[in-house]
Design a protein around this ligand. Structure first.
Ligand SMILES: C[S@@+](CC[C@H](N)C(=O)[O-])C[C@H]1O[C@@H](n2cnc3c(N)ncnc32)[C@H](O)[C@@H]1O
Length: 390
C-alpha cells in the first residue's frame, strides 16, 4: 500500500481552496501553563526578522507548488495565531499579510481571524486589523474573575478583558473568546461570565479544561506539589454547567471545546477537522499541503536561519501513512457534534450499547455522537480507538 496521498486527490482538494495559518510567537509575558511556540524575549529586530522569514517561507513553498505560485488556490480561511498576534506591530503584520494571504485570490466569504490578548488589543490595533481585511477576532480572555486570572498566572486582569471585549464588539462583525476552566473556577460565576460575554457580542466560545503540558512551569509546580493537578469532579461539573448555559444562550456545541451561534462556527477549525489543506507558516507552525504534513522548527533562530539559507524550515515531515490517517479521521470526527461515523468504528473497539445506556453517547444517523459527559471521557475513547486501529 502506498504511504502517500495520491497526487490527483491532493490537487483536487487544493483547487477547492485552502486555509492559511500564520504563527506569531511573541508574547508580553509567558503564561505558566502554555506549551505553544512562544517567547517573551523579543525586540523589534527579532520581530522584523521572523516576519520577514515567514514571508520568505511562503515564497519557498510557492516555488515548490505550482497552484500556490500561480495563485490558483482560493483562500477560504486565514488564521493569525500565536503567541500573541496583537503584540506584533500592525505595520509588520500588514507587510506579512501582503506577502502571503495577499498573493492568493480570496473567497468572497473569506473568514480572516486573528488572536488577541486583551492587554495588547488597543483601538489602534483593532483599526489596523480591520483595514488589513481581518473580520474576526479571537480574544484570549480565559476568565472575567481577577482571582482566577491570578491563579492562571495571566498578565492582564478582568477590567482589561471587559475593555477588550467591548472594543472587539464595536469593531468586528464576529467575536470569539476563550475560557480556561481551571483551579478556582466556580460554576455559578463561570456561567455569569459567559452570559455577560454573549450579551456583549461574543458569538463563539472556546472552553478548555486546563491541561498540564510537560516542560511548562505549571508542570514543574505540579511535580513539586506546589500546585495541585487540575481536573477532578469540580472542574467536570464546571464544564457541564457551562455547556448547558451556552446551549441555553443559543451557542451550540459543535466540537468538544467549541460553541457557536449558528453560522458563527470557526470555518478555519472545521476545515482542519475535515482534512482541507492548510498552509502553516512561522516558527512551530504545522501544515498539511500537497502530499505531506509538516511541522516547522519551533526554535526561532533555527527557523529564521533555515529560511534565510533558502531551506524549508521543517523539523518533521509526516508521510501520512494510511493507518494513521484512518485513526486521525476517526479521532477528529469523535471530537465533533456530527460524531464518528459507525462505519469508521472497528468491530469491538468501543462498547457501543453500554456507552449509550450510560449516557456517554447517542447512536443516531449512523454515527456515534458524544454527549457532554462523553466529551469528558474523550482521552480514554481515543486510546481505545488507537488500539483497535493500530
Ligand atoms: C494559542 S493559545 C493563544 C494564547 C493567547 N495569546 C492568550 O494568551 O490568550 C489559544 C488558547 O489555548 C488555550 N490554552 C492554552 N494553553 C492551555 C492549557 N494548558 N490548557 C487549556 N487551554 C489552554 C487558551 O484558552 C488560549 O486562549
Amino acid at each position: 500500500m502506498s504511504a502517500r496521498v495520491p497526487p490527483a486527490a491532493t490537487a483536487v482538494a487544493l483547487r477547492r481552496g485552502g486555509g492559511l495559518y500564520l504563527h506569531l510567537p511573541f508574547c508580553r509575558s509567558v503564561c505558566p501553563y502554555c506549551h505553544f511556540t512562544r517567547t517573551a524575549a523579543h525586540d523589534a529586530g527579532l520581530r522584523g526578522r521572523v516576519a520577514a522569514a515567514m514571508a520568505g517561507e511562503f515564497a519557498l513553498r510557492a516555488a515548490r507548488c505550482a497552484l500556490l505560485r500561480e495563485g490558483r488556490v482560493q483562500l477560504r480561511t486565514l488564521y493569525v495565531g500565536g503567541g500573541t498576534p496583537s503584540v506584533l506591530e500592525p505595520r509588520l503584520l500588514g507587510t506579512l499579510l501582503a506577502a502571503t494571504a495577499g498573493r492568493l485570490p480570496a473567497a468572497a466569504d473569506l473568514e480572516a481571524t486573528a488572536e488577541a490578548n486583551p492587554e495588547s488589543f488597543t483601538a489602534a490595533v483593532a483599526d489596523a486589523w480591520r483595514a488589513q481585511g481581518l473580520n474576526r477576532v479571537s480574544l484570549g480572555l480565559q476568565s472575567l474573575d481577577d482571582a482566577v486570572l491570578r491563579r492562571l498566572g495571566r498578565a492582564g486582569n478582568a477590567a482589561d478583558n471587559r475593555r477588550a471585549l467591548a472594543l472587539a464588539a464595536r469593531r468586528f462583525p464576529r467575536v470569539a473568546a476563550d475560557w480556561i476552566v481551571g483551579p478556582g473556577v466556580r460554576p455559578r460565576s463561570l456561567v455569569a461570565e459567559l452570559r455577560e460575554a454573549v450579551a456583549a457580542g461574543v458569538g463563539h466560545v472556546s472552553l478548555y479544561i486546563l491541561e498540564v503540558h510537560a516542560g511548562t512551569p505549571l508542570a514543574a509546580d505540579v511535580a513539586a506539589r506546589r500546585a495541585r493537578p487540575p481536573g477532578g469532579r469540580a472542574l467536570e461539573a464546571c464544564y457541564l454547567e457551562a455547556v448547558a448555559a451556552l446551549e441555553a444562550l443559543g451557542l451550540k456545541q459543535y466540537e468538544v471545546a467549541n460553541f457557536a451561534r449558528p453560522g458563527q462556527e470557526s470555518r478555519h477549525n472545521r476545515a482542519y477537522w475535515r482534512g482541507v489543506p492548510w498552509l502553516g507558516l512561522g516558527p512551530g507552525a504545522h501544515g498539511f499541503w500537497g502530499r505531506r504534513r509538516y511541522a516547522n522548527h519551533a526554535d526561532l533562530l533555527a527557523y529564521c536561519g533555515a529560511v534565510e539559507e533558502g531551506r524549508l524550515p521543517e523539523d518533521a515531515v509526516d508521510p501520512l501513512a494510511p493507518a494513521q490517517r484512518r485513526l486521525e479521521r476517526a479521532v477528529l470526527a469523535l471530537r465533533t457534534a456530527a460524531g464518528l461515523p459507525l462505519s469508521l468504528v472497528p468491530a469491538g473497539a468501543l462498547p457501543l450499547a453500554r456507552g449509550e445506556a450510560d449516557g456517554l453517547w447517542r447512536l443516531e444517523d449512523g454515527a456515534l455522537r458524544l454527549t457532554p459527559r462523553g466529551f469528558l471521557r474523550l482521552d480514554g475513547l481515543e486510546s481505545l480507538l488507537a488500539r483497535a486501529l493500530r
